[in-house]
Design a binder for this molecule. Structure first.
Ligand code: SF4
Length: 93
């Protein structure tokens, strides 16, 4: 077992959806948070997916994070590497 923390910097997230498409164990889309995000999402709903969050983790406007203790860290690291916004950080604890 490996204990690790995943953080998503939601202020950098580009809503591409790669992370939660590739790895639904650690990442999921979130409904928009805050007035600007809600307006933006409404205007661009057909063009953009939602921002990412960590499954079962904490969530606020700018960040989502969560801790895992399993053998799936390599999957999370693959997603960290392909995030086009460098918004994902994996830290082994
Ligand atoms: S891969 Fe990166 S930019 Fe794309 S939705 Fe996930 S966190 Fe956001």
């Amino acid at each position: 077992m490996v204990k690790y923390r995943i953080e998503v910097d939601r202020s950098k997230c580009k809503r591409c959806g790669y992370c939660y498409s590739m790895d639904s164990i650690h990442f999921e889309p979130t409904p928009p948070i805050g007035l600007f995000e809600k307006l933006y999402a409404k205007l661009a709903r057909s063009l953009f997916l939602n921002k990412s969050r960590v499954v079962g983790g904490s969530l606020d406007k700018s960040k989502s994070s969560g801790t895992f203790n399993d053998e799936k860290i390599e999957l999370a690291r693959e997603v960290e590497a392909i995030c086009p916004a460098s918004a994902i950080t994996i830290t082994e604890l």
